[in-house]
Design a protein. Structure first.
Lengths: 383, 649
């Protein structure tokens, strides 16, 4: 009984593998072009996976309606990884080995992209992560790309914003020493801001999970800066904003996309109003490309696209652009086309790829307004 | 010349022995190598081997957790934490080690270091928490797993939340399956040794296990440490196979998945764990192929519900086989039963133990125990000489079983001293007192219910075994001889107690009277000098009582043990005991020869009752007359017995 069910299960597995093998849709076949997508469509991070999948599908549906690429339709196969790294690796392997995908899209989380990347690299299948910001992801190999800027770029963005838009010259830094993301942003900010002619008047540290920041804030207050660059996550940021206000430190806080959470305003409240942070995209951005995308997305799904959907839409766009320009649909050809991408017109801005396969693209700066509403301030172009 | 030859012989024998014990580990290597060389890296097999290797790692995890959750009956839900410890220690070593690793020797060292670190973590977690019972361990292990994960997330040297990469790819199908096979062999050999029976005894009944001389805390910690070490190996192999390690892999969800494999496979069944590891690893992948359903206009993608189907399948399997796929048996046992010949039961005279008659076996002086304000037993005195038959009687709640618990170390005396064979037992664990020569049975039978009669008695022989755990794993010569000796002794005891035919019956399936006798056989297996029997006649019929009376005398004569008996059946007490102590409210109200006790006013008032005294007055008179004439110690059947045996007919 139990043996039989195990045997049946094994047989089923072998059978489904065979089935997929026989429907071989390689780079040279005439059927649809198969693109794989690994996403957390279930589990605790299910909203991430669902958002990016919507972004991809909207793009490919549009593209297929226009006739596809090289006369062939695009078929997107999405596999769930439940938010588990080892399942992301297995799903990537399955898409590459059994579905013979032409290219791989995903993951949102950097950790899971890192688990997928070796599989894609080994099989010479180009992979584009829509939203993994950790530097290590594209460092895995020359077949791994991304559609978003890397973490540290936001240090540059906020330095440029503080210097050019806010016209500040004295800024203090308060960073989370236990968080690579925070340390990286702080480092780039300090370098760039000093290079632009500004002064870092104080550098203070905390550790994620701290609840009392008054000592650091008192030190900072003594140096009377015009703003504090605080590239932490939303929980710490909320607490820091409150305690700064209590100490009478009435200067804006500046931060990165680690702030982006509904919880931020719940914790920090009115103390946060007037602070700024950088992000990948804003629905309020008046750019016509974004407004057109938002309208189209709303029409199809009835939802307002979040930044994951916008980045997925751009990742699909980059892939389609490369496949159109590539002489054939083999992995190396698509890879070469991707590597030479210059000024691709994405909804989140013009995207070029640098030598490390990371996009050079604009970021947006948002202001936290009355009642915690994010207001679009400006778009910062890369150098 | 001769010495050299002897050495030579010794060396040859050692080599042969080592070879024999290592052979099962070596046999699969050529096959593993062949698969690794031909299929594992072949194009088209990437996905298959991704799953196959995940299964291998799951097998190591499930089989090793089975040692704790299945065999030893503890509930650990932190296995992923130990896996993380091993994985990270090994990965950090390999990443900072030499880039070129011929024969993967450095990788092997890193695995050993990972296993060692995980074992140490297991010891640190297990040592304090395993003393306590029940859910406590579950909570501590759950907490430990989470602490490890959070600690890794916050340690830059371990890559933080993003994880550790790239880890050199040094692990492959061959390495993973060699480790999986080794895990199965080692856990299986452990289970079939005296240590394995000790694990099972702990699972079945900790109090009884202690009474049989099994150091329960020690065995729990041992099982836990070994299991953690294997989890560390799995972590090391997994990291070097994926090229990545991430704290998100080691959440409590992962631990629960491993627990699910153990439960689904059957607690204590190694083959069950293996098959459950295969099924539960493949099931979520297989369910990816669920076809979409077309309901006219609506298309339902069942794939989106695959984890729902996975959960339903798990529930379905557990409902249809609540004790797991294999219960506590093994796939290979089911096959083995086909051709196994039943061994003939040998019947040999058990050797007679002849302790020095002058020795004082038990010497209790002024023992008092209080629970809060209540004095359960006060100023209790008892001296037992070799081969004495003493009864302890008194009304319910008089403190009789409490006295047994004091003697066996279950309770510590508040005041007074208890010496066993001249040694003060204060502060000794029950298992240590058992090894001094005190064995007991329990009022409410405490057999290891899920084990066979034979295994129950073999656990009683635990103290005889000197084999180390390593010897058990090696299956070396000494361990084999010991196993043979233990088996022989267990069979003799079953024979003496008339249970030879019941050798392979599970204890829980024996009739009540036979369970009582099996408990005595198990107690005798510890080779006691004093045997404490707690209401051996409870629930038995008149015929069995008569047999029991014979048996108690036979045990004394044959094994040379002294026997202390708690019993309410006066016919048995008066018939068998040479001396009687009467307890009431924890106080010794009388002690002396049976006929003196029967006439004692205090005893009649407190316990025997006027009715008993009246009914037996004539008997006692007659008995007295007879005994003065013959000075016989043999008891005369009382009136009550004649009557009731008449009723039985």
């Amino acid at each position: 009984m139990r043996l039989r069910s195990t045997v049946l299960l094994l047989a089923a597995l072998v059978a489904c593998q065979k089935q997929q093998g026989s429907g071989l849709v390689g780079a040279d076949a005439k059927g649809p072009i198969v693109i794989g997508h690994v996403a957390s469509t279930t589990g605790t991070e299910a909203t991430f996976g669902t958002s990016s999948d919507r972004g991809f599908r909207i793009f490919f549906d549009e593209l297929n309606a226009k006739g596809g690429i090289k006369g062939r339709q695009i078929k997107l196969v999405t596999l769930d990884d439940q938010g588990k790294p080892e399942e992301a690796a297995t799903a990537a392997t399955r898409l590459i080995a059994s579905d013979h995908v032409t290219a791989l899209l995903g993951e949102v989380a950097s950790t899971r992209s890192l688990w997928m990347a070796p599989k894609a690299q080994m099989a010479h299948v180009p992979m584009i992560s829509p939203s993994s910001t950790n530097e290590k992801v594209t460092a895995v190999g020359d077949y791994i790309f991304r559609a978003c800027f890397i973490d540290a770029f936001q240090g540059f963005v906020m330095a440029k914003f503080a210097h050019e838009t806010l016209k500040l010259s004295k800024v203090a830094i308060l960073k989370d020493v236990r968080n690579d993301y925070s340390v990286g942003l702080a480092k780039v900010f300090a370098e760039q801001f000093t290079k632009m002619g500004g002064t870092i008047v104080a550098t203070e540290s905390f550790s994620q999970g701290d609840v009392d920041f008054k000592a650091q804030l008192t030190n900072i207050k003594a140096k009377s800066p015009e703003a504090i660059f605080e590239p932490g996550y939303y929980t710490d940021t909320g607490l820091i904003a409150r305690q700064a206000k209590e100490l009478g430190l009435a200067v804006p806080l500046l931060g990165g996309d680690g702030w982006d959470s509904e919880k931020l305003y719940e914790i920090g409240g009115a103390a946060l109003e007037g602070s700024y942070f950088s992000n990948h995209y804003s629905v309020d951005d008046p750019s016509p490309r974004i407004q057109a995308f938002v309208a189209h997305y709303k029409q199809v799904t009835g939802l307002v696209p979040d930044s994951l959907a916008a980045q997925a839409y751009d990742a699909a766009g980059m892939l389609a652009d490369a496949m159109t320009r590539a002489p054939d649909l083999s992995g190396p050809s698509i890879r070469d086309a991707l590597a030479t991408m210059k000024n691709f017109a994405g909804v989140t801005g013009d995207i070029s790829l640098d030598a490390n396969r990371n996009p050079v693209k604009p970021a947006v700066v948002l202001k936290i307004g009355k009642g915690g509403k994010y207001e679009f301030v400006t778009r910062i172009q890369p150098e | 010349m001769q010495t050299i030859r002897a050495l030579d012989l010794g060396f040859a024998a050692t080599a042969r022995r080592l070879m024999k014990s290592a052979l099962p580990f070596l046999v699969p290597i050529p096959l593993l190598w062949l698969v690794q060389a031909t299929l594992a890296n072949a194009p088209g097999f990437e996905y298959a081997f991704q799953n196959v290797n995940h299964i291998g790692i799951a097998i190591i995890l499930a089989v090793s957790l089975n040692l704790v959750n299945g065999l030893t009956g503890q509930f650990s839900i932190g296995h992923a934490g130990f896996m993380a410890v091993g994985g990270y220690v090994s990965a950090v070593m390999v990443m900072n080690g030499p880039t070129d690793d011929p024969y993967r020797l450095f990788f092997l060292m890193s695995i050993a270091a990972g296993a060692g670190a995980a074992a140490l973590a297991g010891w640190l977690v297990g040592k304090p928490s395993l003393r306590l019972r029940g859910d406590y361990l579950a909570i501590v292990t759950l907490g430990f797993g989470e602490i490890i994960r959070v600690a890794i997330e916050n340690t830059p040297a371990f890559g933080g939340a993003i994880g550790l990469s790239p880890i050199p790819h040094r692990s492959d199908f061959g390495a993973i399956y060699f480790a999986a096979i080794a895990t199965i062999l080692i856990v299986n050999r452990l289970r079939n040794s005296t240590h394995g029976r000790a694990f099972l005894a702990v699972r079945e009944d900790e109090v009884a296990a202690e009474a049989m001389g099994v150091d329960t805390t020690g065995y729990k910690v041992r099982a836990f440490v070994i299991s953690a070490a294997f989890a560390g190996v799995a972590g090391a192999l997994s990291g070097a196979f994926e090229g990545n390690l991430a704290p998100q892999s080691f959440t409590f969800v992962r631990s629960f998945e491993i627990v699910a494999m153990v439960v689904l496979g059957g607690m204590g069944s190694i083959s069950g764990s293996v098959i459950a590891a295969i099924v539960l690893t493949l099931l979520p992948e297989a369910l990816r192929s669920l076809p979409p359903i077309n309901l006219g206009a609506v298309q339902i993608d069942l794939v989106n519900l695959r984890m729902v189907f996975y959960s339903l399948a798990l529930i379905g399997l557990m409902l249809s086989r609540p004790r797991g796929l294999f219960g506590s048996t093994e796939a290979w046992d089911l096959i083995g039963n086909w051709w196994r010949k039943r061994r003939g039961v040998k019947s040999e005279e058990a050797r007679k133990a002849a302790p020095d008659a002058g020795e004082l076996l038990l010497d209790v002086r002024g023992a008092t125990i209080r629970f809060g304000g209540l004095t359960a037993v006060s100023d209790f005195n008892l001296q037992i000489h070799p081969r004495e038959l003493v009864a302890l009687i008194g009304p319910n709640g008089a403190g009789k079983t409490t006295v047994f618990n004091l003697l066996t170390g279950v309770y510590q005396a508040t005041e007074g001293s208890i010496r066993v064979a001249g040694r003060d037992t204060h502060g000794l664990k029950p298992s240590s007192i058992a090894s001094l020569g005190v064995a007991r049975t329990f009022q409410n039978i405490r057999l290891f219910r899920e084990l066979s009669a034979f295994d129950n008695v073999r656990i009683g022989c635990h103290h005889l075994a000197r084999e180390s755990m390593l010897a058990a794993v090696e299956e070396s010569g000494l361990a084999g001889i010991e196993e043979g000796f233990i088996a022989e002794r267990a069979e003799q005891l079953l024979d003496v107690m008339g249970l030879a035919a019941r050798r392979d019956v599970l204890a829980k399936n024996l009739p009540y009277g036979e369970q009582r006798r099996l408990e005595i056989a198990r107690a005798l297996a510890t080779n006691p000098k004093v045997l404490l029997l707690d209401e051996p006649a409870a629930g038995t019929n008149t015929k069995e009582k008569t047999e029991l009376m014979e048996l108690i005398r036979k045990l004394r004569d044959r094994f040379g043990v002294a026997i202390v008996l708690i019993e309410h059946d006066m016919k048995l007490v008066m018939g068998v005991s040479e001396r009687i102590l009467v307890l009431d409210h924890g106080v010794t109200i009388a002690q002396g020869l049976p006929r003196a006790i029967q006439k004692d006013r205090k005893v009649i008032e407190a316990y025997l009752g006027e009715k008993y005294a009246r009914e037996h007055a004539a008997d006692i008179e007659a008995e007295n007359a007879e005994e003065t004439a013959h000075e016989s110690l043999s008891p005369t059947p009382s009136k009550g017995e004649r009557d009731s045996s008449g009723d039985a007919r």
